[in-house]
Each structure stands twice: as C-alpha cells, then as structure tokens.
Ligand binder design. Structure first.
Ligand code: HEC
Ligand code: HEC
Length: 161
C-alpha cells in the first residue's frame, strides 16, 4: 500500500490525506516512506542503532529533519519504535514468523480493551493465550506479550476520524 505524504507536512495534514476511520500505522508509514532506502525497520534498527544507540530525543530530531522533514510527533514515534526494535530481545522471526508472517500483520488483528489486548475476531485474551501457545514457557509468553503490546500500539498509533 502506498501513501502520499506531503513533504514537510504536518501530521494533521498527513492524516487528512488518509482514508477516514483509519488507524494510522507506523509500520505502514515506514514501509511507504523509509523502507525503500533502509529495508525492514527492525533489521535497520538492529544494524544501525543497537550498538551505539543515540538518545531518543536526538534520533527524533534527526528524523524530523531527514529527507524533506517528518512531523515532530511522528518523528518521535518512529524514533521510539526504532529504539525498541534495536533492543527487542524476543525474536518474532525465529519463533512466530513461519506461521504468522510479520509481527505488524498479526498485531493489526488485535484490539485493546481495558488496558489488555484481545484477538479482534477470536475475542481471546492475548496474555492468557500465549501461555499455552507456540510452546512458550512463562518467560517466553511474557516477552512475546510485551512485544505484541508494543507492536499493536505502533500499528494503531492514532485513530483517524
Ligand atoms: C532516499 C533514501 C532515504 C529515505 C527515503 C530515507 N532515508 Fe534515512 N537515511 C538515508 C541516508 C543516505 C542516510 C545516511 C546519511 C544521513 O545521515 O543522512 C540515512 C540515515 C538515517 C538514519 C540515521 C542512521 C544512523 O546510523 O544514525 C535514520 C534513523 C534514518 N535515516 C531514518 C529514516 C526514516 C525514519 C525514514 C522515513 C521517514 C528515512 N530514513 C527515509 C537515506 C534515506
Ligand atoms: C506452528 C504455527 C504457529 C506458530 C509457530 C505460532 N503460532 Fe500463533 N497461531 C497459530 C494459529 C494456527 C493460530 C490460530 C489459533 C486458533 O484460532 O485457535 C494462532 C493464533 C495466535 C494469536 C491469536 C490471535 C487471535 O486473534 O486470537 C496470537 C496473538 C499468536 N498466535 C501469537 C503468536 C506468537 C507471538 C508466536 C511466536 C512466539 C506464535 N503465535 C507462533 C499458529 C502458530
């Protein structure tokens, strides 16, 4: 999917360009605006940011002024996403990808209710479900629940009216 993002535009302007009732999705934004030069976001984060991570504020500032400009709120969110990816211990690719593809796709089918995550269609509680899924032990279930919580917040970064 491709989004027309106004160069240097504000987030409000960018949101106005997207379809109504649409969740603004940081992963889709990355795929449309950044992936062409940098590849997959988590790979980029691990390769470029894991060893010597810049302070999140400096990274956000860099992104805000990078390639014609990114809205500061969006730049801060992308910086937070990259920083989290660079430090992500649980490896979705190794344990989950064979059945689920990428984490963002799976996270788009989760919804947040009363602070917890549930399957959009199954209604299942994520944390409980993971305790008896994919042969995860308690620590693994916890680590992947956190990973899914982060990615869900990224793919549902903002609700567009
Ligand atoms: C047309 C190619 C291109 C696009 C599109 C692009 N970048 Fe970059 N990016 C670069 C180049 C080249 C560098 C290294 C030179 C520099 O610092 O500008 C870079 C550097 C970076 C760095 C610093 C990496 C480090 O090692 O410190 C970050 C972070 C970054 N880009 C994020 C983004 C984000 C987020 C987007 C999408 C909004 C994006 N880039 C889109 C070409 C691109
Ligand atoms: C061998 C294949 C396989 C692997 C590996 C796997 N899953 Fe699943 N997963 C499934 C299937 C099949 C379902 C649907 C199950 C059902 O509906 O009962 C599912 C469902 C889910 C759901 C529930 C979605 C919902 O709507 O209720 C989540 C969340 C999930 N998996 C996360 C993970 C995570 C995280 C990993 C990696 C640690 C993982 N899965 C590894 C096959 C797999």
């Amino acid at each position: 999917m491709r989004f027309p993002v106004p160069a240097g535009g504000t987030l409000a302007l960018w949101l106005a360009f997207t379809t109504p009732a649409y969740a603004f999705d940081l992963h889709r934004f990355w795929d449309a605006q950044c992936q062409g030069c940098h590849g997959h976001s988590a790979d980029f984060a691990r390769a470029e940011l894991a060893k010597n991570p810049p302070p999140a504020e400096r990274l956000a500032g860099f992104i805000a002024g990078h390639r014609g400009g990114v809205d500061p709120r969006l730049a801060a969110a992308i910086a937070a996403m990259l920083t989290a990816q660079a430090n992500q211990p649980a490896d979705f690719r190794e344990h989950c990808r064979v059945c689920h593809g990428d984490a963002a796709s799976l996270a788009r089918n989760l919804i947040r209710r009363d602070g917890g995550l549930y399957g959009r269609y199954s209604g299942r509680a994520l944390r409980e479900f993971l305790e008896s899924h994919a042969r995860l032990d308690a620590d693994g279930a916890e680590a992947f629940a956190r990973l899914m919580e982060r990615v869900e917040a990224e793919v549902h970064f903002a609700e567009v009216e």
